[in-house]
Design a binder for this molecule. Structure first.
Ligand code: ATP
Ligand code: MG
Length: 426
């Protein structure tokens, strides 16, 4: 067997990462693990982003301590996942995810289900090198070793960072079959970092695009939400188009994506949402998700109204219900998420109606879903170049109205901690 290639080790003086850049939580976790004599490294997006001079979204730590030990070391922690046990260490404003170095996949699993590569259960522990090879992309497998502050690269991730390439570690055909969500993640990272997809990473995704149907809908929707809230959704949809994933994962976006050269059409929606995400306050989940369904709702309404007769409101509501039910079913959305989308889209429909009494206006403006609906109206108006006057008038009504009661009124406010999606990985 060929000897494994040696790791590239950049000593502290040869890379730009300084531990003072880490979040307080990440620093604490690394320190305590080290104090207990453990190997502790920062890994994943934290190292990647700091190497690129970007601000990490969250911090992932990997260690040789087992989950139970990590749990004991941090009072503010909990073990998550049954098949893949990880520890979430909870701080007031962040969650640091701590995993134990993973080893090669369990051969017993392969023996039991020959030909089936989808990894569904595995908790074998291993070395830092084995762990790096189980990660998804080369740029996501860099380690920052707390003991000597060196950056360690087993998978030629540093070269790909320089070249601006997202490359699957190992054989993409195999790695996508093990976990089809990686195909979506490839598009997301290429978009977020402004990188290219390496040729085989792209062509294998095309080949295996239909296998994305085997992925857990919960993980898919979490990745889609990450992608939408990154402010680089349009670029991600572009990569999804090129890899053939778009029609499989989001037919509603694919339907409108090539519709025009990019001015005044639905194909602008993703770009406009990106702009909104990048420049404004946090966009509610209901708006992120409903924006994907706006074209279907608007086209559906136009069809209903094509005959010229006034369409009953109940029929329009049914349209929203159907569109949300289809999307919600495909992604196994919670009842709360479906309800949020329905209310936003229904209220949006109401904003699109013609003149109405001031009582109706007041009651619409006071709805909890008015804010999300107005966001959708704003997006649509910018995309289609119409409705500017109506938008102005709704904004004026909103400013004049007393603020809507928040849904949590009366209940004590809980401090909000950043939520990290649960995921199965490696
Ligand atoms: P960010 O947090 O900025 O979105 P990230 O790269 O840190 O990006 P996470 O989802 O936080 O992504 O995952 C942390 C790390 O776990 C990844 O960098 C990667 O090394 C590994 N990982 C996550 N998902 C998978 C997967 N499906 N297959 C293999 N490795 C994965
Ligand atoms: Mg991360």
């Amino acid at each position: 067997m060929e000897a494994p290639a040696p790791a590239t080790v950049l000593p502290r003086s040869k890379h730009p990462i300084a531990s003072r850049q880490f979040s307080t939580g990440a620093r604490k976790v690394l320190r305590r693990l080290r104090q207990s004599g453990r190997n502790a490294c920062l890994v994943g997006g934290g190292v990647r982003d700091l190497m690129l001079g970007r601000r990490p979204k969250d911090y992932d730590v990997v260690t040789d301590a087992r989950p139970e030990e990590v749990r004991r070391l941090f009072r503010n922690s909990r073990i998550i996942g049954r098949r893949f046990r990880l520890v979430h260490v909870l701080f007031s404003d962040e969650v640091v995810e701590v995993s134990t170095f993973r080893g090669a996949p369990d051969p017993e699993h392969q023996r039991r289900s020959p030909g089936e590569l989808l990894v569904t259960s595995d908790n074998t522990y291993g070395t830092p090198r084995q762990d790096a090879f189980r990660r998804d992309f080369t740029v996501n497998a860099l380690l920052y070793r707390a003991s000597d502050q060196a950056v360690v690269d087993y998978v030629e991730g540093l070269e790909d960072l320089d070249r601006g390439l997202i490359r699957v570690i190992g054989e993409p055909n195999l790695r996508y079959r093990e976990d089809p969500v990686r195909m979506l993640r490839a598009c997301e990272f290429a978009a977020r970092l402004g990188f290219d997809l390496e040729d085989r990473t792209l062509s294998a995704a095309f080949e295996h695009r239909r296998e994305i149907a085997k992925a857990s809908p919960h993980r898919l929707i979490e990745e889609l939400l990450q992608l939408l809230s990154s402010g680089r959704g349009a670029a991600a949809f572009d990569w999804m188009g090129r890899s053939g994933l778009l029609p499989v994962v989001l037919p509603e976006v694919d339907e409108v994506s090539g519709q025009s050269s990019g001015t005044n059409s639905f194909s602008n929606l993703a770009g406009l949402l990106d702009e909104r995400v990048r420049t404004g306050p946090e966009v509610p989940t209901a708006v992120l998700l409903s924006s994907l369904l706006l074209p279907r709702v608007v086209v559906g309404r136009d069809r209903l109204e094509a005959g010229g007769a006034r369409v009953h409101r109940r029929r329009l509501q049914q349209l929203v219900d159907d569109v949300v039910a289809d999307f919600g079913g495909r992604f196994a959305l919670s009842a709360a998420r479906r309800a949020g989308m329905k209310k936003a889209l229904e209220t949006f429909q109401r904003l699109c109606e013609g003149p109405r009494s001031s009582r109706t206006v007041q009651s619409l403006v006071r709805r909890e879903a008015f804010g999300p609906a107005l966001e959708l109206f704003t997006l649509l108006s910018a995309a289609t170049g119409s409705g500017a006057e109506a938008l102005e008038s709704w904004r004026r009504h909103a400013e004049a109205a007393p603020p809507a009661k928040p849904a949590t009124a009366g209940r004590p406010r809980r401090r909000r901690r950043r939520r990290r999606p649960r995921r199965r990985h490696l």
